[in-house]
Design a binder for this molecule. Structure first.
Ligand SMILES: C[S@@+](CC[C@H](N)C(=O)[O-])C[C@H]1O[C@@H](n2cnc3c(N)ncnc32)[C@H](O)[C@@H]1O
Length: 335
């Protein structure tokens, strides 16, 4: 419990460096209140207590060097740890499973996550305008893989929100070693975020929209969060074709029971347009392959190969078109 308390304070202390930013500073009390409310449940949450213990077991070392500029984010070198510390690290990383996003090299432990997130990052990086000095929000940041990659572009600060405890604690573990100033993540849902009007220059909404019951309300909320002229990076499942339509699965899509609307790119463009976005451009459409999403030793669950029809991998097990994702950039118009 003491350890939990220490972690929470650490998080809020780190947020405190945003006090000097006149754009976000007025919103910090409300943000801190939301975080405090969420974290007040941690002390009685078995999962949070277990994960805090795992974090406490991480070796207390400072990596000799780190590198967030490459596809595989690297922390330290194997020689930074002695035998016992290596064992403790491996044990902690295993207890933080499932690792959905990565890859990482953590003191020589090659952590291949279910998703090779560098593939999505590289699709984005090829089109992302310079992020130096920008205020960035990543919705559903998972363990922070994209937060760390963004940090390499010298933004003013990057804030992730990730409500799922396993992923949030993975972020805490990684950031303990990466220790990059101005990279933050909070255990919040998008809908729990206070009204932080015009706070962000860039918002990443990747792998989120198809999970939303009301995608237009989500896009409207993001529009309010963005400063006029701010950039939305939207990545979501789509169906191919020119029709201005969306697929709404009867129950499950690729074994997920929380998938709602899967639009065509033109339907998505209309949604964005009607929610106040302009200069909408689709920068990538890619079928999800087994090179990008696959079962590895760092997850104990099923993966893409189990979600596709074994007789026809162009279809999901439910008979819907197999996952294809589009990435769009759009500009928030002034209100
Ligand atoms: C499909 S993953 C996408 C992760 C990452 N953004 C990416 O594109 O690789 C969705 C993420 O959103 C998180 N999430 C789920 N519900 C959320 C909510 N209400 N608000 C913010 N994030 C949420 C999940 O825990 C998960 O990490």
């Amino acid at each position: 419990m003491v350890q939990l308390l220490r972690l929470d304070l650490h998080q809020m202390n780190r947020l405190a460096d945003l006090v000097h930013d006149p754009v976000i500073a007025p919103h910090l009390p409300a943000l801190a209140q939301c975080v405090a409310q969420r974290e007040s449940g941690f002390s009685t949450d078995k999962k949070a207590i277990q994960l805090a213990r795992v974090l406490a077991g991480l070796p207390a070392v400072t990596p000799s060097s780190t590198d967030v500029s490459r596809d595989r984010i690297r922390i330290g070198a194997p020689t930074d740890l002695d035998h016992h510390q290596t064992h403790a690290l491996q044990d902690a990383l295993i207890h933080l499973k499932p690792w959905r996003k990565g890859p990482f090299d953590i003191f020589g432990v090659r952590l291949d996550s279910e998703w090779n997130s560098s593939i999505k990052w590289n699709r984005l990086a090829a089109h992302l305008p310079c992020q130096t000095g920008k205020r960035i929000l990543d919705i559903g940041a998972s363990n922070g893989y994209y937060l760390f990659r963004l940090a390499d572009q010298h933004p003013a600060w990057v804030l992730g929100i990730e409500p799922y405890l396993n992923f949030y604690f993975q972020f805490l573990a990684l950031s303990r070693y990466l220790a990059i100033p101005h990279v933050h993540c909070l255990p919040l849902k998008l809908e729990a975020l206070p009204e932080m009007r015009s706070c962000f220059d860039t918002v990443l909404c990747m792998g989120i929209l198809y999970h939303r019951r009301s995608p237009l309300d989500t896009l409207l909320q993001i529009h309010r969060l963005l400063a006029p002229g701010g950039l939305l990076v939207l990545e979501t499942l789509i169906v191919e074709g020119d029709a201005e339509m969306a697929l709404f699965p009867q129950k499950r899509y690729a074994r997920m029971n929380n998938v709602f609307f899967i639009p065509t790119v033109s339907c998505l463009t209309h949604w964005l347009n009607r929610c106040g976005f302009t200069d909408i451009r689709c920068i990538d459409v890619s079928r999800t392959t087994l090179a990008e999403q696959r079962k590895t030793a760092w997850i104990d669950t099923q993966s893409l190969e189990d979600f596709l029809d074994p007789r026809d991998p162009r279809k999901t097990v439910e008979g819907y078109p197999a996952p294809v994702r589009a990435m769009l950039l759009a500009t928030a118009s002034s209100r």
